[in-house]
Design a protein around this ligand. Structure first.
Ligand SMILES: *[C@@H]1O[C@H](CO)[C@@H](O)[C@H](O)[C@H]1NC(C)=O
Ligand SMILES: *[C@@H]1O[C@H](CO)[C@@H](O)[C@H](O)[C@H]1NC(C)=O
Ligand SMILES: *[C@@H]1O[C@H](CO)[C@@H](O)[C@H](O)[C@H]1NC(C)=O
Length: 375
């Protein structure tokens, strides 16, 4: 009896949070890569990855390709919806007369936290999909700013009511290097540089007037079909027995995330007036990798929905959208979309974890609910 009551109470409780939530953002500004690009890469030419311009990309929600690297909505789309805002228009749609009053998306698929120079120095510059790195995206924001607000006061008021989402970014800095044979040891050395680039961008945004920042960490790359395929191991001990992911690569994501969290800690000291929120993509995703069925992933979480064969349905010679690949009938029963990116269903779970907890710290949603008998 008591248990049933508790359950009903808490279901209601959650509904009440979203309804009575008086915290409102007027705009969202997003920076990042393919995990949050809503069309910039496509608008920029998309030579490296033209298949995102057609179905099955976009098939689930939009029913046409939008430039999102998924079958449907991304985490940032769900965040916008939760705060009653429109899906973020890509910044490069500017020339099409787009209105950015409710925010803009500067993310570009393939973008890196570090500038292209770094990759050219490492002799891997030619593998970059795009040169629109984080600092280019910041430049776009600064260029757009005068059209959003005029005086310093006006800008401060407007940005105080805006959410700045900075990431996920940095994943590609590692992907490019790993995919051309970089070792984890070599890559670990670049983590402080990547984190520093993210922290520098966060500082720049705060200096521009940002007060509310959401900074996501990296996903567990050892659970990603592309990593599982490229770094297959005959050694059972390489895999996490619980979820089948590559332990060492997940360890690498954790390493990046720990450094990022430490960087954010120093930022909080430097800018005590800002609310700097860490978004734990790793933990949010781990919940469905650990318990696929509880999250509706009846086809598993490691195998891609759309691909051209192989143990994880990721085939570099027949990637999703290319000849030889097929998309599954039921993307929502898969967590992985095309081997690299996740499905709308997976992004929805991550977004829920960020908005309603427990994957943000401090919590994204500020509620005035006090737990106890006085309530
Ligand atoms: C929380 O309560 C305070 C005091 O009653 C109020 O000023 C504030 O606007 C509330 N915040 C939210 C997010 O509802
Ligand atoms: C990035 O810039 C370099 C140097 O200007 C250029 O050669 C390269 O084609 C650019 N890459 C992309 C993907 O646009
Ligand atoms: C990968 O794709 C190529 C090209 O379509 C195909 O020849 C090959 O059999 C595929 N590999 C697997 C493991 O399915």
């Amino acid at each position: 009896m008591k248990f049933v009551f508790l359950l009903t109470c808490c279901l209601f409780f959650r509904a009440a949070i979203s309804l009575s939530n008086s915290q409102q953002y007027e705009a969202i500004f997003n920076f990042g890569d393919s995990l949050s690009d809503t069309g910039n890469f496509l608008l920029s030419g998309a030579l490296a990855f033209p298949v995102i311009a057609k179905l099955p990309y976009g098939e689930t929600f939009f029913r046409h390709a939008t430039g999102r690297c998924s079958d449907g909505r991304l985490v940032v789309d769900f965040i916008a919806e939760a705060f009653g805002l429109p899906h973020l228009p890509p910044y490069l749609a500017l020339s099409k007369g787009q209105n950015f009053k409710h925010g803009a998306n500067f993310a570009v698929a393939g973008a890196t936290a570090l500038d292209p120079d770094f990759f050219y120095q490492q002799q891997v510059g030619h593998t970059l999909w795009t040169n629109d790195s984080l600092s280019v995206q910041l430049g776009w924001f600064k260029k757009l700013k005068p059209s959003l607000c005029k005086t310093k006061q006006e800008c401060n008021d407007y940005f105080k009511k805006s959410l700045f989402v900075l990431g996920e970014i940095g994943g590609n800095d590692y992907n490019y290097a790993y995919f051309v044979g970089g070792t984890r040891k070599q890559l670990k050395a670049s983590v402080p540089l990547v984190v520093e680039a993210i922290i520098r961008a966060a500082s720049a945004l705060i200096e521009e007037g940002a007060v509310e920042l959401l900074v996501p960490g990296n996903l567990p790359i050892g659970c990603s079909a592309v990593y599982l395929t490229l770094f297959q191991s005959p050694n059972k001990a390489s895999y996490d027995q619980r979820n089948g992911c590559l332990k060492a690569y997940n360890g690498f994501s954790k390493y990046h995330n720990e450094q990022l969290k430490r960087g954010l800690e120093t930022l909080r000291v430097k800018y005590p007036h800002a609310r700097i929120i860490y978004a734990d993509y790793y933990g949010a995703a781990m919940r469905f990798y650990h318990a696929p069925h509880q999250h509706g992933f009846y086809s598993g979480t490691l195998t891609a929905c759309c691909g051209g064969g192989g143990p994880y349905n990721f085939n570099n010679s027949a990637r999703c959208g290319h000849t030889g690949s097929v998309a599954c009938k039921n993307p929502s029963s898969f967590a992985n979309w095309d081997g690299i990116h996740l499905t709308e269903a997976a992004y929805a779970h991550i977004a829920k974890g960020l908005i309603y907890g427990p994957s943000t710290s401090p919590p994204l949603l500020i509620t005035n609910i006090s737990i106890g008998p006085s309530n």
